[in-house]
Design a protein around this ligand. Structure first.
Ligand code: HEM
Length: 199
């Protein structure tokens, strides 16, 4: 009973982040006027936009490496030695790429929050970052605070992040998702070619 309550309590921060993110996205779509788009606090573009946008794009692809782990981890016992090697590498990479993406995106976000004009992307960016950061925190706690739903919440937050990344980053997020799906397809093909045909 108590552990059930503990499991439910664990969901609350994730649910709050999801609600706030949804609110920020809706606000960025329906709530912004010329006035709150920097009208009240005009800022001049500082010229570093391209560099910090590139940092954002790079981070999108780095998060895709972390996300790719979800499908791969089911293949730990694959009959293909190559797939098992890929799985081993992604098992190691998953954590580091996740944390580096958080750091890189924090740099990207801080730049746009402090140096650039407020745009609708500012709000969707905060939403995406909140989801990624909380996915990272739940991921960090998986082994330190073993609870039933920890992995599930971590996965749900990462998936919500991927969806919000499409809204925020557009083409590069779609491209990263497509690359991940193609990569999953390739590992599937490698695995099938290693499995002897049954007749
Ligand atoms: C505090 C969080 C964030 C803020 C304030 C923020 C802000 C912004 C802004 C204002 C832009 C538009 C720049 C422009 O077109 O002039 C932008 C672009 C971009 N952001 Fe973020 N962002 C944040 C988080 C994120 C996250 C979590 C990602 C990863 C999914 C990301 C990836 C990108 C990418 C790839 C672009 C470039 C899109 C393009 O090339 O047009 N950002 N960001």
């Amino acid at each position: 009973m108590r552990s059930n309550r503990g499991n439910r309590a664990l969901m609350i921060p994730a649910q709050l982040v999801a609600i706030v993110s949804l609110f920020l996205i809706l606000y960025s779509i329906f709530g912004l006027t010329q006035e709150n788009l920097g009208g009240a606090r005009p800022r001049v573009e500082q010229g570093g936009e391209e560099l910090f946008k590139t940092l954002g794009t790079l981070s999108v692809f780095i998060t895709a490496v972390s996300y790719a782990w979800y499908h791969l981890k089911k293949k730990r016992k694959s009959p293909s030695p190559l797939v098992r090697l890929i799985v081993k590498w992604f098992d190691k990479l998953h954590k580091y790429t996740g944390y580096s993406a958080i750091l890189l995106i924090a740099t990207h976000g801080i730049y746009f929050l402090t140096q650039a004009v407020v745009k609708k992307e500012t709000y969707t960016g905060i939403a995406a970052f909140s989801l990624l950061l909380s996915a990272g925190i739940y991921g960090f706690l998986i082994k330190r605070l073993p609870k039933k739903n920890m992995r599930k919440v971590h996965f749900m937050l990462a998936t919500a992040f991927a969806l919000v990344a499409i809204i925020h980053a557009g083409g590069s997020a779609i491209m990263a998702i497509l690359c991940t799906i193609v990569f999953w397809g390739i590992t599937e093909l490698i695995e099938r070619s290693a499995t002897p045909a049954q007749d």
